[in-house]
Design a protein around this ligand. Structure first.
Ligand SMILES: Nc1nc2c(ncn2[C@@H]2O[C@H](COP(=O)(O)OP(=O)(O)OP(=O)(O)O)[C@@H](O)[C@H]2O)c(=O)[nH]1
Ligand SMILES: [Mg+2]
Length: 281
């Protein structure tokens, strides 16, 4: 029997795969329309304020998603990547850069993302570390608008002690967690996918049904997937992209934002260039 090469325009077998591909493309395009619109929306991010403690945070209304993880995991860089802004959040080679709870509005003050100080930073004096951890804990326990966490782990050192504590604690509080395995550019494709699979399996073993993805702020891997998750959790819809009456909210001027940024810098505490990462075990 003559076997079709699969290239003939008239053959049924040649048409079949083409139909399947076009169907898949249609489904993908629905997903990516939401993801790319959400990504555009996230680009509206503006610095709102920094707070050293829960009482001083912005009003606890609307929806908030916080970026959490060990110091140096890439939280501030991920916020800059997802919002397509170079210096919205302060990223640094020196661990412990983010020392306050930093709020960013997304087009209106009722939908926010939050950059949290990293945990596991050894070089901070013990007394200060205890104060920070208490404040972080207060925020995580009492913040009503907090929908959940984007939990970042360096793909080369996932699931360290505090990460597991954070995951279990979030589960017990019924907060969602979306895990980012960050700095995926540091590994080749094979090892990166292997790491992803291994962490997925570990989460499954712990009976933690959280979503997870690869992410790189450097080469922008995973932006759309993250934008989709954040949009969903922050109540972003295509029909009513903000969900709020924008006219009723006064906009901050560029000067206000600059002033606030300067205040934040002034308030940031002792930086020691000799600091090393505390490897939590
Ligand atoms: N190669 C690579 N480096 C990254 C990536 N993301 C962050 N980094 C680097 O990792 C370091 C720490 O990044 P930050 O974004 O400041 O980390 P952080 O989690 O906010 O740290 P803290 O504020 O200390 O909690 C910086 O030197 C970044 O340039 C990435 O995707 N790829
Ligand atoms: Mg930071």
């Amino acid at each position: 029997m003559h076997r079709s090469s699969g290239k003939s325009k008239n053959s049924k077998t040649a048409n079949a795969p083409r139909q399947k591909i076009s169907y898949e493309k249609k489904v993908d395009s629905v997903i990516s329309e939401y993801a790319s619109t959400a990504l555009n929306w996230l680009r509206k991010a503006e610095f709102l304020m920094s707070a050293p403690k829960l009482d001083l945070c912005v009003e606890d209304t609307g929806y908030e998603v916080a970026f959490a993880g060990r110091s140096n995991a890439g939280k501030s860089s991920a916020i800059n990547a997802i919002t397509n802004q170079k210096q919205l959040a302060r990223a640094s080679k020196k661990p412990g850069r983010t020392q306050m709870i930093n709020f960013f509005s997304l087009g209106n003050p009722h939908q926010r993302l939050v950059d949290l100080p990293g945990y596991g930073y050894a070089a901070v004096p013990e007394a200060m570390k205890i104060v920070w951890q208490k404040e972080l804990e207060n925020y995580l326990i009492h913040r009503k608008s907090l929908q959940g966490l984007i939990l970042l782990m360096d793909i080369r050192h996932p699931l360290q002690h505090f990460d597991v504590m954070m995951l279990e604690w979030a589960y017990s509080r019924q907060l969602f967690v979306h895990v980012l395995l960050t700095k995926s550019d540091k590994l080749n494709r094979g090892p990166a996918n292997k790491a992803l699979l291994e962490v997925k399996q570990e989460l499954k073993k712990m009976k933690l049904n959280f979503s997870i993805q690869l992410f790189s702020s450097l080469n922008k891997e995973g932006l759309e997937e993250l934008a989709s998750v954040m949009g969903g959790r922050l109540n972003f819809t295509l029909d009513n992209p903000t969900g709020f009456d924008l006219d009723s909210i006064p906009e901050a001027s560029a000067d206000d934002i600059e002033d606030e940024m300067e205040d934040t810098n002034a308030a940031e505490l002792n930086e020691n260039p000799n600091n090393n990462l505390d490897q939590l075990k």
